[in-house]
Write a protein that binds this ligand. Structure first.
Ligand SMILES: [Zn+2]
Ligand SMILES: [Zn+2]
Length: 779
């Protein structure tokens, strides 16, 4: 018989709201151990007492048998005196002043709950708010820490005896599941007209919603982190009407399919996509669209991808189910458009009253419930990546990091003092950093209107409190006119230092930080995007940086060209091409995308460029893609940024390609290299004139660019001895360019660094701002 010992464990990581305490309780019981477990605001504390062998056994199983959603970041074990703990118990939570603890994200409906949902014998049969320790709302219902029912929006629902018994039973899978509820005691569901008048409730409301969707109505549906606007994805009339009401001309809508087998008719699903689609995060996945997919063209006009997600709440499951006999009484479309419940770029609506006010002009009816949404949280958007030829290559990019993932922290390779980074202007997120954790907010949106700024401030207020970050450093973008920059200037009162971080430096620093690059290391960074304010006041976006966290040297960039009309050119790629042509003395008449543009309009842009009126200089690669797209036959005007580039990529991917390349030259000037595009554009214009297809031109362009980058990076490696190349910026969402460029780097013995936890687009900027600012301020 071994000796009796006692140990105290302090565990941090994702250990609250994920069934962790019942798991500990079960392990302790199996080992015949005494002691206790309790949540603290720093994580979970466990005291174990028993035979030394049993305690060792417990510690071994702790990491190997962890519940699926739990994740241990740090585990400290210390001996404590024996205290005659005969049994093992779960104690009340204990708040600690200093501690900080990741908040669990919302989790999609689990298989056990799904089974009960459709079991006519179960007391939660067809109950749209069923959940357990392994699934359900978390982040979106949280008001404070520790994560316990009184500090969630479930506080107002008093549990019935049956629910209370499950909640209190350590052997039950609903033990301490904070949102536990049933039809007797929990939230309820109802349908309402555009004035908010109730028309049906419970199961009848679900049936009414199904019928209305089938008939072609547009419904506002209250979900987990906000409202969706939904309609039948195969009904062109309904989809066009939704576009008109929402003020969204062509930007693609996401769809929700009943099941994986239904999703298989929408897009190509490989093993990676299947895992992403069916995992507990359930993001919108950008799948390669299938020919004959049962959705109308208006859902994602002209695109070769389709944003697809599966039902992630019990309510979604009930809305789309085709098996249950009671639900089958009303037919329902097999695929629904599910887009954010907002007008254009405003934040998604969350409360019933707000929705009825703001969404009444958009929706024919409302499917509502009374479980409060404390945190606005959109659907996450994920892009599966092609297989890339290096070790530990990521399999997906987040394009939007929100429901299911936020606000899980990114672990940083250095200690940070309390820091707030405000993020960028578009696709804004902010970042709260302390110690080695960077807590990124969920996607906030485009900071171009006051509603979004309000949402930003609301979320910031809560997360600052939850993560206990009283910022000593505030980081913001270099752009003087961003709302976030103004916010930083207006909130200067505190004792903190403010640090302005250049946009592309922030991109590269974000990629470094999430890949564990240390403070003494340097990388070569390819920061490619549409727009970022440069240190010299120009619009940057085709930048090759030699970077550390503290600073960067711009070792190469796309040559400066005049952007006719400034930022407005984002919607009018034809102007970009005409301006570039004028500056480079090219005859752009052969550009196929200019065919429908009035010669007088072209002449006006040429004159504007000659006189340098409203033609800021840019080195943006995003804008170069626009210009190339217009040459190859893309649209003269677009309705959202990068639309022309996305179509060019799709055409290029579909083209077989050949050995021909376009000339891209380098020139050394003023201590940097300029990437010259004139000869390339000239050759493209000849190809277009000769009737070459958009795909062929696009394919050559992608290939030529990737090879030119490979050559450039080889030279820079030889000069700097730096072999790590960080890829960041929205242009890398172009997976054809990504694949070709990574192949070039690997062939030349360079080590690519890619994003995997934060978006390569501006949604990841705040992490980089924080990482850079901490070192700038500290150095
Ligand atoms: Zn469950
Ligand atoms: Zn109940």
């Amino acid at each position: 018989m071994s000796q009796r010992i006692a140990r105290r464990l302090r565990i941090s990581g994702i250990v609250q709201g994920v069934g962790f305490r019942p798991f500990i309780f079960g392990l302790a019981h199996r080992g015949g151990l005494g002691g206790y477990v309790r949540n603290t605001s720093a994580g979970v504390e466990v005291v174990l007492e028993g035979e030394a062998d049993a305690v060792e056994g417990f510690l071994g199983r702790l990491s190997t048998e962890l519940p699926p959603l739990a994740h241990i970041d740090a585990l400290a074990v210390e001996p404590v005196p024996l205290a005659q703990h005969a049994t093992f118990v779960i104690l009340e939570s204990q708040a600690q002043a200093e501690g900080v603890q990741p908040i669990p994200a919302d989790i999609a409906l689990c298989a056990d709950c799904e089974r009960e949902l459709f079991d006519p014998q179960d007391r939660r049969y067809l109950y749209p708010f069923i959940n357990c320790t392994n699934c359900g709302p978390r982040f979106t219902i949280i008001l404070g820490l520790p994560y316990d029912r009184p500090l969630t929006s479930m506080a107002e629902f008093e549990m019935c005896p049956a629910c209370a018994a499950e909640y209190a039973d350590p052997g039950n899978r609903r033990f301490h599941a904070q949102p536990v509820a049933c039809p007797r005691c929990g939230p309820r569901l109802w349908m309402a007209d555009a004035h908010g008048n109730e028309s049906s409730q419970g199961l009848a409301a679900i049936l009414e919603a199904r019928r209305r969707l089938h008939e072609g109505a547009i419904l506002a549906i209250r979900g987990l982190g906000g409202f969706h606007l939904a309609c039948d994805a195969s009904n062109a009339q309904a989809v066009v009407e939704l576009r008109r009401r929402k003020g969204r001309v062509e930007k693609p809508f996401a769809v929700m399919a009943t099941s994986v087998s239904a999703a298989e008719h929408l897009g190509t699903i490989d093993a990676t996509s299947r895992a992403l689609l069916t995992g507990h995060e359930k993001p919108i996945l950008l799948l390669r669209r299938m020919a004959g997919a049962p959705v109308c063209e208006e859902v994602a006009p002209g695109l070769d991808r389709l944003g697809v997600m599966l039902p992630y709440t019990p309510l979604h499951r009930l809305l789309l189910d085709r098996q249950d006999p009671r639900l089958a009484a009303e037919a329902v479309p097999s695929v629904l458009v599910m887009t954010s419940g907002n007008y254009s770029e405003e934040p998604i609506a969350t409360s019933n009253a707000e929705a009825i006010t703001r969404l009444a002009p958009l929706a024919d009816a409302f499917l509502l419930h009374n479980r409060g949404i404390e945190q606005r949280c959109d659907d996450s958007v994920v892009l599966p990546l092609p297989a890339l030829p290096f070790e530990h290559a990521p399999t997906r990019f987040f394009l939007r990091r929100a429901r299911g993932t936020a606000p899980y922290p990114v672990r940083m390779p250095f200690e940070a003092p309390p820091t707030l980074a405000l993020g960028g202007e578009l696709k804004n997120t902010f970042c709260l950093a302390r110690e080695r954790s960077a807590f990124l907010s969920q996607h906030i949106g485009d900071m171009e209107n006051l509603e979004t700024l309000d949402s930003f401030e609301h979320t910031l207020g809560l997360l600052r409190e939850l993560f206990r970050v009283e910022a000593e450093i505030v980081a913001h973008d270099l752009h003087p006119d961003y709302l976030t920059t103004r916010w930083a200037n207006e909130h200067r009162a505190g004792a903190h230092r403010t640090v302005a971080v250049q946009h592309h430096h922030a991109h590269i620093a974000a990629c470094m930080a999430e890949n564990g690059i240390g403070p003494d290391e340097r990388v070569l960074g390819l920061a490619f995007d549409g727009t970022g304010f440069g240190s010299d006041g120009a619009i940057w976006g085709g930048e090759v940086l030699l970077a550390s966290y503290t600073g960067f040297k711009r070792v190469a960039h796309l040559e400066y060209l005049p952007l006719a009309g400034g930022e407005a050119a984002i919607r009018e790629p034809w102007k970009t091409l005409v301006g570039y042509g004028q500056a480079l003395e090219l005859d752009v008449q052969g550009a196929r995308g200019l065919a429908g543009v009035e010669p007088s309009a072209i002449a006006a842009i040429q004159q504007m460029t000659r006189r340098r009126v409203n033609t800021p200089l840019t080195s943006s690669l995003g804008r170069l893609f626009d210009a190339v797209a217009v040459i190859a036959g893309g649209q003269a005007t677009v309705s959202y940024e990068a639309q022309a580039a996305i179509r060019l990529e799709a055409a290029a991917r579909a083209s077989r390609g050949d050995a021909r390349r376009y000339p891209i030259r380098l020139a050394r000037r003023e201590g940097t290299r300029h990437i010259l595009v004139r000869d390339m554009l000239e050759a493209m214009l000849r190809d277009a004139h000769a009737g070459e297809s958009q795909g062929a031109i696009g394919q050559r362009f992608h290939q030529s660019l990737a090879e030119a980058l490979g050559g450039l990076l080889s030279e820079l490696r030889d000069e700097t001895q730096v072999t790590t190349v960080a890829l960041s910026g929205g242009v890398w969402q172009n997976t054809l360019l990504l694949e070709l460029a990574v192949r070039q780097l690997v062939q030349r013995g360079l080590r690519p660094l890619l994003h995997s936890n934060v978006p390569p687009n501006d949604g990841g900027l705040s992490l980089g701002q924080a990482a850079a600012a901490v070192h700038v301020a500290g150095g």
